[in-house]
Design a protein around this ligand. Structure first.
Ligand SMILES: O=C(O)CCC(=O)C(=O)O
Ligand SMILES: [Fe+2]
Length: 342
């Protein structure tokens, strides 16, 4: 591209000193700050606003009773054969060798699509925290405001078996090259993603519950390494859920059920967790949804889900095919519409 005569301003990460005009240096959160409380809700009574507030403070929360027994049974019927196809990764990899995984879950299980990916508390929380509004977009004499809504980032089921070691603590937003300085309080716009883990079996500190460091989404990302002593284990009953911002340090944990318990007995347990992440509409999706999900299966889902899977446009015009929304490509029976970018 030819050099431009006009200098285009490059977005620069805010420095710690200018992050928040009302914050003093002392108020900025760091690994030395007290750890915030991790709240527990019930899916029958929780509101989206309460969940959003709790996530902004602690970075993670527990929701009891997201799925009932019938939903869990139907999910497992769909997914178990997929887990059985998986083979161990080499030890020393990101996942311990005793982990089994399966992917592309929105089209492998309708229960997963409806009750996890499409759960109203989940769509409410992710819409609130991951939507972006482009306020200043002059096109000629018109300022065109656009809202980009969140899209699916990945879907993974993790079966962690006895003998698995701890997965190292990490931030999932590293995939999007995120760096943030410390803040005193969460600011809207900070998050690149959010994760939702739903327990298929009970998850405990002994069998490998997901652990995370509360409040670590507010730290300077240069601060490290993360300390195991600060972790909170998301201990869940089957059907309970755990939401976590991608900016929090977290990881799957060791499954020690191959070792004697406090009564000297060995009771082997599998830790089974269904997970999904959402990301902003204008970031690349971690899991390639167009290759993993057969298109005929995508067509069976409601249109609002198809849009969230990535077939909708991120406004103003990201993700088009033939200059049209991929929703039009997905529904050729409707015929060609007039105008670009349906
Ligand atoms: O297995 C878990 O609980 C967490 C897995 C995880 O964080 C990851 O694979 O990125
Ligand atoms: Fe992770």
């Amino acid at each position: 591209m030819a050099p431009s005569a006009v200098e285009v301003p490059v977005p620069v990460a805010k420095s710690i000193a200018t992050t928040n005009s009302v914050s003093t240096r002392e108020e900025l959160k760091s690994p030395a700050s007290p750890l915030p409380e991790v709240k527990t809700f019930d899916a029958a009574t929780a509101t989206v606003d309460e969940l959003v507030d709790a996530l902004r403070v602690a970075g993670g929360l527990v929701i009891r009773n997201v799925l009932n027994k019938d939903e869990l049974a139907s999910l497992e019927k769909d997914i178990r054969p997929e887990l059985e196809k998986d083979t161990a990764w080499g030890d020393g990899d990101f996942f311990p060798a005793e982990t089994r995984r399966a992917f592309g879950l929105v089209t492998k299980s309708r229960t997963f699509a409806d009750r996890i990916f499409g759960h109203p508390l989940w769509t409410g929380v992710t819409d609130a925290l991951l939507s972006s509004t482009l306020k200043h977009n002059w096109i000629g004499d018109k300022n065109e405001v656009s809202v980009s809504t969140p899209q699916l980032n990945n879907t993974i089921v993790f079966s962690i078996n006895p003998g698995a070691r701890d997965q190292a603590l990490h931030r999932d937003d590293a995939i999007h090259h995120v760096y943030h300085p410390a803040v005193a309080k969460h600011e809207l716009g900070r998050d690149a993603g959010i994760g939702f883990f739903v327990a298929g079996s009970r998850t405990t500190k002994r069998n490998g519950a997901t652990r995370f460091i509360p409040g670590s989404h507010l730290w300077d990302y240069a601060a490290g390494p993360p300390q195991e002593s600060q972790t909170f284990y998301a201990e869940l009953q089957p059907g309970d859920g755990f939401m976590v911002l991608s900016g929090c340090f977290h990881g799957g944990s060791a499954n020690k059920t191959d070792q004697p318990d406090e009564n000297g007995e060995i009771k082997l347990e599998e830790r089974l967790v269904y997970s999904t992440f959402m990301t902003r509409g204008w970031l690349r999706q971690e899991e390639n949804q167009y290759l993993i999900n057969p298109v005929e299966k995508v067509r069976e889902l409601p249109e609002w889900m198809q849009e969230k899977i990535g077939y909708g446009l991120s406004r103003p015009f990201l993700g088009w095919i033939n200059l049209k929304s991929a929703m039009e490509w997905l529904h050729p029976e409707r015929g060609r519409r007039t105008g670009d970018l349906w």
